[in-house]
Design a protein around this ligand. Structure first.
Ligand code: SF4
Length: 397
């Protein structure tokens, strides 16, 4: 009998680290890895007994072909060669009759890792199958998340254990993602943290919460807006403006040093012209949509982003320099400002997020073939390749 380290194969964000006890080639037991900082020795019920499923006599081990009508439930065993031929014939027939884009690789995750899941892209590309997004399953949620936060990322889940308030919104980890509860309960035990659950029905997680808010389906956004309103109204939230104000002096010092005072002055002058044109009627209220619609403003923003991005071609060295520059020039905390501002400093992660937001137009440009061509034409192929590299750095945390 021996123990092997492995990982949970299910499509679950916890990605638990698993210790499998193996005896005579069979798994006899599955446990959470006690040394893993997130798993901490716990597996959910589904996976603690997963070996019974993997080794079950009921498991289908060979290709089965339906005989009779759909729904009759009658199948016969066929060879792997016959099964592969049947699939290949179907794909070739669709391609020949309707063109290669008639084949749409529609898939998502399930019980497989990234390589198994995304390996199908090789076939998709080589056969020129449809490039339509692989699933409609999570697309709505992802796009909503990106629209709200700018990118598909979240904080380190271990930070839950260091929180004073854990809000579990629209998910039921007691039954489906047990280690969220491990860390939430740790925060409650060690810090007296409160657990709030928001859902449309009383779940197992709601039963363990200090406060359960049962919303009607579709009213989450109203609740989120109300919470934001109260936080900002009562000075309980750090607004991005507060942070920006503290960062600005260092940012402008760094910008001046990166680009040189003449270039900064040139940009300022051009921007002044754009501002005057956008304001037109002399109004002091500024509509950002109008700014983005102005072609000169757009080109200016893009040029400035390229200039700034190219300063980070030696990413590690330059980013440390930039962080030091900002933190060395933070404006003092204003009296009465949010207490969290007092010890605030720009971190490496914060810097990457900052640069990632700053490069938004450039990223969008490089995301399209025509945009890529325009950048290559203007700045050359090697600059374009460098820009990809720099943008990739700002996407890693
Ligand atoms: S919580 Fe369960 S399903 Fe999720 S990763 Fe851990 S063992 Fe797998």
């Amino acid at each position: 009998m021996h123990k092997k380290k492995t990982i949970c194969p299910l499509d679950c964000p916890d990605a638990c680290s698993v210790i499998a006890t193996v005896d005579g080639g069979l798994i006899t037991r599955l446990d959470g890895d006690p040394e893993h900082p997130f798993t901490q020795g716990f597996l959910c019920k589904k996976v603690r007994t997963y070996h019974h499923r993997v080794q079950s006599d009921d498991r289908i081990l060979f290709p089965q072909k339906r005989v009779g009508r759909k729904g009759d439930g009658r199948f016969e065993r066929i060879s792997w060669d016959d099964a592969l031929d049947a699939v290949a014939d179907g794909l070739l027939k669709a391609e020949q009759e309707h063109g290669s884009e008639a084949v749409w690789p529609y898939f998502y995750a399930g019980t497989m890792g990234l390589v198994m899941r995304d390996g199908i892209h090789r076939l998709r590309h080589v056969k020129r199958y449809s490039g339509q997004h692989s699933t409609i399953c999570v697309t709505m949620a992802w796009n909503g998340y990106i629209a709200g936060t700018g990118r598909l990322a979240g904080p380190d889940p271990r930070e839950m254990a260091k929180s004073d308030l854990v809000v579990i919104w629209g998910t039921n980890p007691v039954n489906t993602q047990i280690n969220v509860m491990t860390h939430a309960i740790l925060a409650r035990k060690e810090r007296g943290a409160k657990i709030v659950t928001i859902d449309t029905y009383r779940t197992g997680t709601a039963a363990q919460a200090d406060l359960f808010l049962c919303v009607k389906p579709g009213t989450d956004a109203a609740l989120a807006c109300a919470v934001m309103h109260v936080l900002f109204r009562d000075g309980k939230a750090l607004g991005p403006d507060d942070l920006c104000r503290r960062m600005l002096p260092g940012f402008f010092v760094a910008l001046g040093m990166m680009l040189g005072p003449e270039v900064v002055e040139e940009y300022q002058e051009k921007l002044r012209v754009v501002v005057e044109r956008v304001r037109g009627d002399g109004t002091t209220v500024f509509n950002w949509d109008d700014v983005y619609k102005d072609p000169t403003a757009k080109t200016l923003a893009l040029n400035a982003e390229v200039d700034v991005a190219m300063h980070f071609d030696e990413f590690e060295k330059r980013s440390n320099w930039f962080i030091n520059m900002v933190n060395g020039h933070l404006t003092p905390n204003e009296p009465g400002a949010h207490a969290n501002l007092a010890g605030w400093e720009l971190s490496e992660t914060g810097f990457k997020r900052f640069l990632h937001s700053l490069m938004g137009d450039l990223r969008a440009q490089l995301d399209t073939d025509s945009g890529k061509m325009a950048i290559t034409k203007k700045y050359g192929g090697s600059t374009c390749a460098d820009l990809f590299d720099i943008i990739a750095h700002t996407s890693q945390e």
